[in-house]
Design a protein around this ligand. Structure first.
Ligand code: V47
Ligand code: SF4
Length: 392
C-alpha cells in the first residue's frame, strides 16, 4: 500500500506541473507531443508518470498482447573494418585470426539445423568484412530461399549495406533492389546508434552517417520492404540527441510507414573502448522505453531486446510501453554476451517466453516478422507447450 500511494503521489505531483499535465492531456486526446514536451518528460517527469502514459498508449494500441517470434541468428563474421568504440564484438581486419568468418556452406549448415523446426525468421547481422561483398551475400540469400522459401530473411544493418553497395559501385536503390530480388525480405534496425554528428563522430565516426542510415531504410521502404530502427542510449549522449534521433525516425515514418518496430538498445560497457562510461540505471532505461512509446506515435511496435536487457528487466518493460520481446533466438548471438550482458547464452524456449509474459499479466502471442499472428498462447497449458515440439 505504501508503494502504491507513493506512485500515485508521484503522478499527482506531476499533474500539478502545468507542462506535464498538458502532456498528459495531449496523450489522452491522441495528440502528438513536441520535442520540448519530450525533453520535459526526460528532465522532470517521474517514472510512474511516464509509465502510466506509455502504458495507456500501449494498451490502447495492443491491449495486453505481447508479441514474440521464433527466429535464429546467423552472424557471418565479427571481423570489421570499422572501429565503433562501444563495440565489444568486432575484431579489426589485422587481427582477423582472433575472430570468425563463416563460409556459405557453414551458414547453410546453421539454416539446415532448423529444418523441421517451426522458426519463421532468420536474422543475419555481423561485422563489415572487406571480402564478404554484395555478390557473396546475394548468393547466401538465394541459397537460403532455395532451401526454405517461406523463411523470412531479415538481414544486414544499414552499415553493412552501405559498404556492400559502395564497394559494388551500386546506388542505394540499385543495391537494395538487387538484394530484395535475391531474397532479402526486411532490414533489422542496427547501426543507427545516435544520428546526431556531435555524438556519432565521437563513438562511431568511420561508418555510415545518420543521413546515410536513413536513406538506406527509405530505399527499402520504397520497395515495399519493412524495417526496424534502433537507438543506442545511455552513454555520452544528451536527452536532446535522443530526441533528435527519434524526430528523424518519426518524420521518415510519416512519409514511408515502413518501420515496424523501435528498439532502444541500452549501452553495455563490458570489454570495449567505452568501458569507463557508466551504464544507465534501470529507472533511466524504463523511462527511455516509456518516452519512446509516447513520442513515436506512428511506430506500431516497441521492442525490448531481452538478450541485452536481461529477462527480468525485459519483463518489467512490458509495463512501460513495450509490446514485443523479440524471439526465442538461440545461443548463437554474441554481440551482447561479449559486451557484458548477464545473458551469456541467450536462448529461451517458447515455454519460457510464454511464462515470462504471463507472469507480467500479459497475453503471449507468437508473430511472424511482419506481425501477422501465428498463435495465441494465452490459453494453452504450459505443460502442453513444453511437451509438444511444434509448440516449444
Ligand atoms: O547497431 C553494439 C548495438 C546493434 C553494443 O532489428 C550494443 O530486430 C549495447 O541492431 N551495448 C546491433 N548495444 C543489434 C541490433 C538488433 C538487435 C536485435 C534485434 C534487432 C532487430 C536489431 O547492437 C548495433 C549497436 O547499436 N551494440 N555494441 C554495446 N556494447
Ligand atoms: Fe563493426 Fe558493427 Fe561493431 Fe561497429 S558495431 S565495429 S560496425 S561490428
Amino acid at each position: 500500500m505504501a508503494q502504491l500511494s507513493s506512485a500515485t503521489d508521484n503522478i499527482n505531483l506531476s499533474l500539478s506541473h502545468p507542462g506535464l499535465s498538458a502532456i498528459a492531456a495531449k496523450v489522452a486526446q491522441g495528440t502528438r507531443i513536441t520535442d520540448e514536451d519530450a525533453l520535459l518528460l526526460f528532465e522532470e517527469a517521474s517514472l510512474p508518470f511516464v509509465g502510466s502514459l506509455a502504458n495507456a498508449i500501449r494498451e490502447k494500441m495492443h491491449g495486453d498482447t505481447t508479441y514474440f517470434n521464433r527466429n535464429f541468428h546467423i552472424e557471418p563474421t565479427n571481423v570489421c573494418l570499422y572501429t565503433c568504440h562501444f563495440c565489444s564484438y568486432s575484431r579489426v581486419y589485422a587481427h582477423r585470426d582472433e575472430g570468425w568468418e563463416l563460409s556459405l556452406s557453414q551458414m547453410m549448415d546453421i539454416v539446415k539445423k532448423y529444418d523441421g523446426k517451426p522458426v519463421t525468421e532468420v536474422h543475419i547481422v555481423g561485422g563489415v568484412h572487406p571480402k564478404m561483398n554484395l555478390e557473396f551475400f546475394a548468393e547466401l540469400l538465394r541459397m537460403i530461399k532455395a532451401h526454405r522459401p517461406e523463411l523470412h530473411i531479415k538481414g544486414f544493418t544499414a552499415v553493412e549495406l552501405d559498404y556492400m553497395f559502395r564497394k559494388a559501385k551500386k546506388t542505394v536503390a540499385e543495391g537494395m533492389q538487387y538484394l530484395h530480388e535475391a531474397g532479402l525480405d526486411s532490414l533489422p534496425g542496427g547501426g543507427a546508434e545516435i544520428f546526431h554528428p556531435d555524438v556519432r563522430n565521437q563513438i562511431c565516426a568511420d561508418k555510415v552517417d545518420g543521413d546515410g542510415w536513413l536513406a538506406i531504410h527509405e530505399a527499402a521502404h520504397n520497395l515495399g520492404m519493412h524495417s526496424n530502427a534502433t537507438m543506442l542510449f545511455g552513454h555520452i549522449e544528451k536527452y536532446e540527441h535522443r530526441i533528435d534521433h527519434m524526430r528523424q525516425l518519426r518524420d521518415m515514418q510519416d512519409r514511408t510507414k515502413g518501420f515496424n518496430t523501435f528498439i532502444p538498445l541500452k549501452f553495455r560497457n563490458g570489454d570495449n573502448d567505452m568501458s569507463h562510461v557508466q551504464e544507465s540505471s534501470l529507472v533511466e532505461d524504463m523511462k527511455m522505453y516509456a518516452i519512446a512509446r509516447i513520442y513515436l506515435d506512428n511506430f506500431p511496435h516497441m521492442k525490448a531486446y531481452w538478450p541485452m536487457l536481461g529477462r527480468q528487466n525485459a519483463q518489467l518493460s512490458l509495463s512501460f510501453g513495450v509490446n514485443d520481446i523479440d524471439g526465442t533466438i538461440d545461443d548463437t548471438t554474441k554481440i551482447y554476451s561479449m559486451a557484458g550482458s548477464e545473458e551469456q547464452t541467450p536462448a529461451m524456449s517458447t515455454a519460457q517466453l510464454v511464462t515470462l509474459i504471463k507472469q507480467a499479466r500479459r497475453r503471449p502471442v507468437e508473430r511472424d516478422t511482419l506481425y501477422n499472428v501465428i498463435r495465441d498462447y494465452n490459453d494453452i497449458d504450459i505443460k502442453e507447450i513444453e511437451t509438444n515440439p511444434l509448440l516449444n
